[in-house]
Design a protein around this ligand. Structure first.
Ligand code: AKB
Length: 339
């Protein structure tokens, strides 16, 4: 009898850490993880098994397939947007082929359980490509507007949204039993995420978390985008709550496979001002990187998350002030003060 588990790929990353903590606190199912990097030692005791390996390794996926009955997958492994521009072919391998491997894995698990595996996929505002000079409407862009991304990462995310929709609704549609491997694919288009516990690496929205973490450590920081740059952001606990809420929502309530979500959309300078309020000696300047600026300018200033609110009750706890006052600053200041 195979053991029932939740599988998290990319578990050693920012979202992975937070998700493991929430799943453990919920007291739910056993968790297995796959990541190239080892998990932080504090997470070892929280998971049943941590596989150190690649989602491109078919032998690894087959051995997991043989040993475990996976009924939920959180497929978080990815190369982020800045990193992907330097290594586009590697990004395509990990972000697209890796996702295809996991979708095939989920389809095989679905066939063997006889019930669809829930497959959570983190997409991104990078799936958008907003033409220069177009202002976002006050209600933000909906999921279907301006999806002509300019980055390899954005192209990968948008295509994998489509792959997921295919595996959910049209997989092997000419087979004698076309429904047999359908996966229950659910995706969120994340804004920039800000965690009090981890610093991202390889992203283009990193200027916000980098500014805060640098100031708390007494390090100078040069922000690489203009002060008036505006994109949506969300605090990490709200992102994890949203993942769990979407994953748990009754299937019949979901009207789409991919949902926008957002909590606040500050300019870079509004973030800088809040950081300076908390750390008055912080030294934060601007050295604009025109190329990275162009990437952020192609992302939406705000997105419309009405469908997420209506279909499965998206309700972030933290607006900009609460994210700083109640979550980021207290935890980050304490963390670096403790050394
Ligand atoms: C990145 O900057 O690559 C990510 C994202 C917005 O998806 N944080």
């Amino acid at each position: 009898m195979r053991k029932p588990v939740v599988l998290i790929t990319g578990a050693a990353g920012e979202i992975g850490h937070a998700l493991i903590d929430h799943l453990v606190a919920d007291g739910g199912q056993a968790i297995i993880t796959v990541d190239l990097r080892p998990l932080e030692p504090e997470f070892d005791a929280k998971v049943t098994r941590a596989f150190a390996g690649s989602i491109l390794d078919h032998a690894l996926l087959e051995s997991i397939q043989a040993e475990y009955a996976v009924d939920r997958i959180f497929h978080l492994a990815a190369l982020l947007s800045t990193r992907s521009e330097f290594t586009p072919v590697a990004a395509h391998e990990v972000n697209v082929r890796g996702t295809l491997n996991l979708l095939e894995f989920a389809a095989a698990q679905t066939r063997s359980h006889g019930a669809p595996v829930t497959f959570f996929y983190p997409s991104s505002i990078a799936a958008y490509g907003i033409p220069a000079g177009i202002e976002a409407p006050p209600t933000g862009w909906t999921e279907i507007e301006h999806t002509l991304p300019t980055t390899m990462y954005g192209c990968n995310k948008l295509y994998c949204e489509h792959l997921g929709r295919y595996y959910a609704h049209h997989y092997k549609q000419l087979d004698a039993q076309p429904q047999a491997g359908h996966v229950d694919f659910r995706s969120l288009r994340f804004p920039g995420l800000i965690s009090a516990h981890t610093v991202p690496s390889g992203g283009t929205s990193d200027y916000a978390p980098d500014m805060i973490h640098a100031a708390a450590q007494g390090q100078a920081y040069e922000c690489f985008v203009r002060p008036d740059t505006r994109i949506p952001f969300m605090a990490m606990p709200d992102a994890v709550d949203a993942i769990l809420a979407l994953s748990a929502a009754p299937r019949e309530q979901l009207t789409q496979s991919v949902y926008n979500l957002t909590a606040f959309d500050p300019t870079a300078d509004e973030i800088r001002s809040l950081v300076l309020q908390a750390f008055p000696k912080a030294n934060i300047g601007y050295t604009i990187d025109e190329k990275r600026q162009r990437i952020v300018d192609s992302w939406p200033q705000r997105v419309n998350d009405t469908a997420a609110r209506e279909d499965w009750g998206l309700a972030p706890r933290y607006d900009l002030d609460a994210a700083f006052g109640e979550y980021l600053i207290p935890i980050i200041a304490g963390r670096y003060a403790a050394g």
